[in-house]
Design a protein around this ligand. Structure first.
Ligand code: ADP
Ligand code: MG
Length: 397
């Protein structure tokens, strides 16, 4: 689960992080009071969407010469003018995809006098099984490009969970960021508090780009992107409250209501599978035969008929889906329950694309019989290989 920059800054401020003063607004009427509450003379008006690259982004409705999604303003009036122009429009950035995202919230923030822009993040490093810092002097820009062209400018530092961030770790990070004096002293405190926040709140990513040094030597968290581990949200009701459903895929929201493990993807073959491993294998084999899956969907072990129906509806609601592959290995899950769910869903929402069903395992004969006697135009398959070839052939005409 992701949150907005202003929410992330609020959360980190609670841990003692240095962040600028700022006010989040939802309508242009609030802009003047928000800007007036800040010290000035420099204000920054920042689009709040769940995507980075906002500064270099473009508003679809405003033409190629308009300014981007993060704008400097040198007076309250200018800040208000920016807010009026930005709110309600669609911002396209390198991370939003072509469709872009509508800007419904802005953050008006005190402007910083920037000396240097650095990069600092925390993530779960799967190779070491630890939380690791990633630090670079090349902040404010695309870190993927830095990793590709000048990887020597990036330090990855895994943290021992038994000790947390040690003084030696903090020294290493500060020196790799070429920090000295009071900037280094402040930054070392920030490293420790960021690690504490990351672990306590079960984050999966915490990215500060840029982490800045100001002209007066103070450091500041200037941008903040935070993702949380969805499996740990049950113990963070305060985090769940920050969820902005308008930023999430509707199909994924519906799936989460039914406790279905669903991820929307870019292809055109909808998949309904039981078990995460089998779901992954099903996506792989679809790719092997030259097509792309439209989603990952694991209906789980003991799914009810209602849950299967909901899953099927989510798949068919996606206009990109040109064919559906149901692949069930009934162990705990019974094939006849799946068959009933599929039939109920088809009767409810109709079926306008080819459907291939492969059933195996518990009560497979009953399941196949239900499908055969349904009168529906279902292509049945015997094994995974056969099923994948049949759905790819059906979709490709
Ligand atoms: P994004 O990464 O989505 O483009 P950032 O928050 O990183 O958004 O802002 C982009 C750039 O705008 C920053 O690298 C920085 O140069 C400038 N900027 C952002 N916030 C401020 C601020 N409060 N004061 C001064 N400059 C800012
Ligand atoms: Mg940024």
């Amino acid at each position: 689960m992701n949150i907005h920059e202003y929410q992330a800054k609020q959360l980190l401020k609670g841990y003692g992080a240095p962040v600028a003063e700022g006010v989040a607004i939802f309508s242009a009427d609030e802009a003047e009071a928000a800007a007036k509450s800040l010290p000035g003379p420099l204000y920054v008006v920042k689009s709040q969407i769940h995507a980075g690259g906002r500064g270099k982004g473009k508003f679809t409705e405003l033409g190629p010469d308009a300014k981007g999604g993060v704008r400097l303003a040198f007076s309250v009036e200018e800040a208000v003018a920016h807010a009026k122009e930005m709110l309600g429009n669609t911002l396209v950035t390198a991370q939003t995809g072509e469709a872009g995202k509508q800007v419904n919230r802005l953050y008006i923030e005190d402007g910083a006098d920037i000396e240097r822009e650095l990069y600092l993040s925390l993530l779960v490093d799967r190779s070491t099984g630890k939380v690791a810092f990633v630090a670079s002097t090349e902040g404010g820009m695309d870190i993927e490009a830095v990793a590709e062209h000048t990887p020597e400018k990036i330090l990855t530092l895994p943290i021992d969970p038994a000790t947390g961030v040690t003084d030696a770790d903090a020294d290493k990070l500060a020196s790799s960021l070429e920090l000295a004096g009071k900037s280094a002293d402040q930054a070392k405190g920030v490293f420790k508090l960021l690690y504490k926040a990351f672990v306590e709140k079960d984050m999966s990513l915490l990215e500060i780009n840029p982490f800045i040094v100001m002209k007066n030597g103070d450091v500041r968290v200037l941008d903040a992107k935070v993702s949380f581990d969805g499996n740990a949200l049950f113990r963070h009701p305060d985090v769940v409250e920050l969820r902005d459903l308008t930023e999430e895929d509707e199909k994924e929201i519906e799936a989460s209501k039914w406790d279905l493990a669903y991820v929307a993807l870019d292809g055109n073959i909808g998949c309904m599978v039981n078990g995460a491993g089998l779901a992954m294998a099903t996506m792989d084999i679809i790719k092997l035969y030259g097509a792309e899956p439209a989603n990952f969907l694991d209906v789980g072990g003991g799914a009810s008929k209602e849950k299967v129906t909901a899953a099927f509806k989510i798949i068919t609601a996606d206009p990109a889906v040109k064919g559906i592959l149901v692949n069930i290995f009934g162990g705990i899950m019974r094939c006849d329950v799946i068959a009933e769910g599929v039939i109920a869903a088809v009767k409810d929402v109709g079926l306008n694309v080819p459907l291939v069903v492969r059933l195996e395992g518990t009560r497979v004969a009953e399941g196949k019989k239900i499908i055969d006697e349904s009168g529906l135009n279902v292509i049945s398959a015997d094994d995974l290989d056969d099923a994948a070839q049949k759905i790819v052939a059906a979709v490709n005409g």
